[in-house]
Each structure stands twice: as structure tokens, then as C-alpha cells.
Design a binder for this molecule. Structure first.
Ligand code: SF4
Length: 408
């Protein structure tokens, strides 16, 4: 597929891979699409070394695609020599991809060509968001001016890819899935997220009220509702009481529910910090003392920095919406995920502040977002597990979600 039209946010135009090779050193499933595997067999027929690397480096699937087999040992031979454990076998000793080095970037599989971008083909063109599982992508969150979007920006292009992109069809197809007005909804949600006159928590609560009203697909009703929103309604939102015990129990329940999977080291570190060092999630029952500790940490270290970090959340949410989570999920489910990630990011940022006895700053929040994206967010199948947990534990009601957003 060669893309001719693009719709891209400004942070994607300036994004540059830092060549840190972090994406080649994890236990993520790296899938090579069938067309790429076929191409690699062609390369292997003319190159014995590459043939040996390919044979040991991939496990082929019935559909013609293949999963990369991560190396288990420290030291190996050939292109793998001297590399770390659990790395992609095609990553060579110089920290470069052997496929890209030998055959060029166009030879990369869709997975490797696209990451950390997330591509959806729509009637507006090829739309791209970013995954914050890449540290260079996460760094773009620091941008202070509101995100803007560009249609066919001059000089922007992308390599042809084979199959790994999402698709949002025409009006008839959108009607079939009950999302006739999807693009208007997406624009509306992004506009709300960029209402800088409002606190980020209020923007998130407002999004919840709108999404709740969207259940019946009544976009005109939502517009009328928005026109009638005034300061008194906003202050009512602010007065909704926060409940730190509920917030801690929510985090504990959801995290316990998806426990058991191997996580990258920095995610393990955050979990250890909350469980063992600060002892906030280690007991079966969340006590008043734990809740008080978090509330105190929030007031002492986090609240004073809000003006310094609000734009990071704004950018995070705009990317979340533009990544089409509100299309691939029911509107309310996408909103629950948004609130879940916000609650988690804020909680682990407060934990980091408490452990390091310092105020939150941009770098700290970006690091937590990157860690969570790498540990949980990158694997979309976790999203279904998280939603299952949220629903099983009866948290999936708007008032509960709003009480999570309001700070302790
Ligand atoms: S993790 Fe991001 S910056 Fe690092 S190599 Fe991969 S794409 Fe590039």
C-alpha cells in the first residue's frame, strides 16, 4: 500500500527515531508480515549468513508471516555477537538492524517500519499517531503549544507498507458499527481536550459527560448540551468528592487482575515502589493510612507542579483520541481506558515524587508515561483485559470514573 494522502499531527512531523534500539530489546511480539517473510527468503537464497540468521531468528506461521524468536543467551555468533539478552536476533553488534543495514529501510517488515507510529487509513488519508512505548515519541509530549493537525504537509511521505494498518471505512461502514458521526466526535473530543481555560481534570470530566451522552449517537444533542454548559455546572464537577481509598483499590484491583505477565524492568520497578517501598498496594485491604499518605504526597509534591505538567496530559489525551481508540472501542469503554491510564500515570508519578522527595516535573511524568506504555499500553490485548477487570469489579459507571479523576 502506497499512501498518497496524509493527516498528521505536528509532533509526528518533527518526530525522529533516536536509534536507541529499545524497541528491539523487549519481549514484545515482533511480527513479520507474510510479504516481508517472502522477501527475506529471497534474500536468504542468495546469502548463506542471512539464511542462517533467518532460520534461527523467526518462527513461521501458517499465514506466511512469522514471529521473531528472541535470543536467550548473552553471547552468540554472527550478527548477534556481543548483544544483550532477549533482543531481536537481527540487531547486530553495532546496535543496528542487520536487515536494514544490508537491504535498506524499505526491506523492513511493517512492524519495524511503522513503530512507534500507529496508522489508520480513513477517507481523510493515512492518519498517524504515536506509541509512547518509544522514549523519543514520549519526549514529544513536552511540546507546549497546542497540537495542530496537517493535511498533506509539504515534503511529508511514508514508506509503502503491506498490511499493518487500521481502517475506518466510508459512511455506510461507519453506520454499520454505529459510528456515523465518528470524525465529528473525534474533532469535538480533541477540542475539549485543548480547552486550556479549564483544568485538565475538568476537561477529562467534561469528556466523560459528553461520551455518556453520545451513547445514543445524538451529536446534535451533545452540541446543545455543550452550549448550555456554564461555570456553575463546571464548579459542580469540581465539587464531586474524591475518594483516595477507592482510587487505590481501583488501581490495586485492576493491576492484580492483570498480574502474572512478565513486565519490563522499569515497570517492575514502579510496581515494587508502590508495593514494597511505599507499601501502598501491598495489603489486601486499603487502609485510611495508605490513602492519607497518597493524599499527602499529592499535596506536597504533585499539586504545586500542575501548571508545569498539564500540557503533557493534554498532548497524551489528544494522541489517545487521534489513535482511534474511540473508534475501535465503544465510546464509554475508550473513556474508561483513558481514565484508567490517567489514574495510573498520576498515581505512579506521585509515588515517584514521594520516593525521591521532590516535586513532579515534565521529565518525571514523561518517564512514567513511557514506562506504563512499555509495560502495559503497547500490548493492545491488555486493553481488553483491563476493560474486563474494570467491568468485573463494577467500576464502569461515570460517577466512579469522575471520583477517580478528582484528585485525592
Ligand atoms: S525505541 Fe524509538 S527511538 Fe528507540 S530505536 Fe525504537 S523507534 Fe527509534
Amino acid at each position: 500500500m502506497i499512501f498518497k494522502h496524509f493527516l498528521v499531527p505536528d509532533y509526528l512531523l518533527t518526530f525522529q527515531c533516536a536509534m536507541c534500539a529499545e524497541c528491539c530489546k523487549l519481549r514484545w511480539n515482533i511480527y513479520f508480515d507474510p510479504a516481508s517473510v517472502k522477501k527475506y527468503h529471497g534474500f536468504a537464497a542468495a546469502d548463506e549468513d542471512f539464511a542462517a540468521l533467518l532460520k534461527s531468528g523467526i518462527a513461521e506461521k501458517k499465514d506466511g508471516g512469522a514471529f521473531v524468536q528472541f535470543r536467550q543467551g548473552e553471547q552468540s555468533t554472527g550478527a548477534e555477537a556481543g548483544c544483550e539478552k532477549n533482543v531481536c536476533p537481527f540487531l547486530n553488534i553495532e546496535g543496528l538492524c542487520a536487515i536494514q543495514k544490508q537491504y535498506g529501510v524499505e526491506a523492513l517488515s511493517d512492524t519495524c517500519k511503522i513503530f512507534p507510529r500507529e496508522i489508520t487509513l480513513t477517507e481523510r488519508g493515512c492518519e498517524m499517531a504515536l506509541s509512547y512505548a518509544c522514549p523519543a515519541a514520549a519526549a514529544t509530549l513536552k511540546k507546549r503549544e497546542p497540537i495542530q493537525f496537517y493535511q498533506n504537509p509539504a515534503g511529508f511521505n511514508f514508506f509503502p507498507i503491506n498490511m499493518q494498518y487500521g481502517k475506518i471505512g466510508n459512511l455506510m461502514e461507519r453506520q454499520k458499527v454505529g459510528k456515523t458521526n465518528y470524525f465529528e466526535v473525534e474533532e469535538l473530543l480533541i477540542d475539549i481536550m485543548q480547552l486550556r481555560g479549564l483544568d485538565i481534570d475538568i476537561r477529562l470530566i467534561l469528556t466523560g459527560m459528553i461520551v455518556d451522552k453520545l451513547k445514543d449517537g445524538d451529536l446534535d444533542g451533545v452540541r446543545r448540551y455543550l452550549r448550555n454548559i456554564d461555570e456553575s455546572l463546571i464548579s459542580q464537577f469540581q465539587k464531586l468528592s474524591a475518594n483516595p481509598i477507592f482510587m487505590l483499590r481501583f488501581i490495586k484491583d485492576v493491576m492484580d487482575g492483570i498480574a502474572g505477565e512478565e513486565r519490563p524492568g522499569d515497570m517492575q520497578k514502579l510496581l515494587k515502589l508502590a508495593h514494597q517501598q511505599l507499601k501502598l498496594l501491598n495489603e489486601k485491604v486499603i487502609s485510611d493510612k495508605m490513602a492519607k499518605q497518597v493524599a499527602e504526597g499529592y499535596r506536597q509534591y504533585y499539586e504545586p507542579s500542575l501548571n508545569e505538567i498539564n500540557h503533557i496530559y493534554e498532548n497524551y489525551f489528544v494522541n489517545f483520541i487521534f489513535a482511534k481508540l474511540f473508534y475501535t472501542h465503544k465510546y464509554l469503554d475508550a473513556y474508561f481506558l483513558m481514565v484508567f491510564f490517567y489514574t495510573l500515570i498520576r498515581f505512579f508519578t506521585v509515588c515517584t515524587c514521594m520516593a525521591e522527595e521532590r516535586q513532579a516535573d515534565e521529565d518525571m511524568v514523561v518517564a512514567v508515561i513511557h514506562t506504563i506504555a512499555r509495560g502495559i499500553g503497547h500490548n493492545k490485548s491488555f486493553y481488553e483485559d483491563i476493560l474486563k477487570q474494570i467491568k468485573q469489579t463494577n467500576y464502569h459507571r461515570l460517577p466512579y470514573m469522575i471520583s477517580l479523576i478528582n484528585h485525592p
